[in-house]
Design a protein around this ligand. Structure first.
Ligand code: TAP
Length: 454
């Protein structure tokens, strides 16, 4: 280890713990252990790997409250959200535990023999995790990677390492072999980069900013290593004039202010058909006023603080010269608080183009269906989106035309462990979760067995 860094409670701005910073040599030692553990793990019967993942899921279930409280402390997530996140980790593990016995290959008709394919694990997978959803995003990588027969090395964000570290303890408690699941704390430029350059880390999963993700992908390309990228978003919440406006307005704050807007799927642009634009804003204002921002330990709280002082400054900079329509409330005093804010924007505004990653939403009018689709696609990103309409044909047309990986109609759902998740354009490469998640952590091997004597 080379020194330590301090973990801060974002709701109080007080230090919580000092954490060690791993060096390149530390990472190399962890990867060497992972290589050995993976050989044994991949050699187990599929049912034995499935059982081990189910045991891990049960241990996580038994510690949901502890993990949730830790996330409240470290990330400022409201306790109800944090409980959902910890339970979600157990569910992703349970879902993935079905994969070892279902990773079937193909039998392909060929002349002169038998041709079959195998899904071989990569070996060691490096998972680089951001600070916004530390547990859940880690699990989207580690659970299917383990299910497919890989070992994992996990680098949490320096701002929020505590739940990932605790999951590392719980993996051992559940009986996973030493070295199979290791959390390595330290900086992205050292630990994350070593995952990218280490010859024995054969796949990298990165979630975070488009800028760093692009750099990680370039490094993986130099090392001929596959990479999954989950990056930023500027997702549209498109409200047509035939929508249930009351429901659309009542649900819009949750779609963008959940996790204080620090969500790659945040519907941070609300596009409203011009004929209902004024009415929608009238309905949105009380919904924003009612959005409860405060102590994340309280069950009534819907939104906690931003993650850090510097991130709050970045979010605040988006309001310079912005046309603020109305704001909700936030506590005063210590902690990185920021009130939910609704801004009226033009399509070319920074607020309509760039990811804020905070509780700020831009509202823009559009004229008709074609204009709404054009505006929805008018950013570099393509992660998520919502479409509000009572017209089925329109719902189908618009959902096919919007270039985003995860859309929902008359709802804002984005994440289910059983359905694929991931972005188009600058929002990423590859998909996580869903029925094919484990397969993404394998390479296909084709074997031909000659049967005809030659
Ligand atoms: P990043 O700087 O991209 O960090 C994400 C992860 O990558 C962290 O674990 C970070 O480690 C690590 N990292 C940093 N530099 C690296 C490098 N050169 N090589 C390998 N790994 C590296 O994102 P952030 O600071 O957390 O957030 C910045 C912006 O990214 C946000 O404002 C938001 O726009 C976007 N973001 C998007 C998402 C999602 S889910 N798409 C999540 C978080 C952030 P350390 O920070 O510990 O050094």
């Amino acid at each position: 280890m080379s020194g330590t860094f301090t973990v801060i409670n974002p709701a109080t701005a007080q230090p919580i713990r000092e954490i060690g910073r791993a060096t390149v040599e530390d990472v190399d030692a962890v990867v060497a252990r992972a290589v050995r553990a993976q050989r044994t793990w991949a050699g187990l019967a599929p049912v034995a790997r499935a059982d081990a993942l189910r045991r891990f899921a049960r241990v996580v279930e038994d510690h949901v409250e502890e993990l949730a409280q830790l996330e409240v402390l470290n990330s400022g997530h409201p306790i109800e959200s944090a409980r959902w996140e910890a339970s979600h980790v157990a569910q992703v593990l349970n879902f993935s535990s079905g994969a070892p016995e279902r990773l079937s290959g193909l039998q392909i008709p060929v002349a002169g023999g038998l041709d079959v394919t195998f899904h071989e694990p990569y070996g060691v997978v490096g998972i680089i995790v951001p600070w916004n959803f530390p547990m859940t995003i880690a699990s989207w990588g580690f659970a299917p990677a383990l299910a497919a027969g890989n070992a994992v090395v996990i680098k949490p964000a320096e701002l929020t390492p505590l739940t990932a570290m605790r999951l590392g303890d719980l993996a051992l408690e559940a009986g996973l072999p030493d070295g199979l699941f290791t959390v390595v704390t330290g900086s992205g430029s050292v630990v994350g980069q070593r995952f990218v350059s280490h010859p024995d880390v054969r796949k990298v999963v990165f979630t975070g900013s488009t800028e760093v993700g692009t750099d990680v992908a370039a490094g993986c390309a130099r090392n001929l290593k596959p990479v999954t990228l989950e990056l930023g978003g500027k997702s549209a919440n498109i409200v047509f004039d035939d929508a249930d406006l009351e429901l659309a307005a009542a649900s819009a704050p949750g779609a963008v202010f959940d996790n204080a807007g620090q969500d790659c799927c945040a519907r941070s642009r609300i596009l409203v058909q011009r004929s209902v634009y004024d009415r929608f804003l009238e309905l949105l204002e009380p919904a924003v006023a009612e959005w409860k921002v405060g102590d994340p330990a309280l069950e009534s709280t819907q939104m906690g603080p931003l993650i850090s002082a510097s991130h709050r400054s970045t979010v605040a900079s988006f309001l310079d010269d912005a046309d603020v329509a109305f704001r909700g409330s936030a506590p005063e005093g210590d902690g990185f608080w920021f009130a939910p804010t609704v801004v009226l924007a033009q399509p070319s505004d920074r607020l309509a183009q760039e990811e804020v990653f905070g509780p700020v939403v831009a509202v823009l009018p559009f004229d008709d269906e074609a204009d709404g689709i054009r505006l929805a696609n008018d950013t570099a990103y393509g992660l998520a989106g919502s479409i509000w309409t009572e017209n089925l044909g329109r719902a189908v047309r618009v959902s096919r035309a919007v270039k985003s990986g995860v859309l929902s109609v008359n709802s804002h759902s984005s994440v289910r462990y059983s359905t694929p998740f991931g972005g188009m354009k600058a929002s990423g490469l590859g998909r996580e979760l869903g029925p094919d998640a484990a397969e993404h952590f394998t390479e296909t091997k084709n074997v031909f067995f000659a049967t005809d004597a030659s």
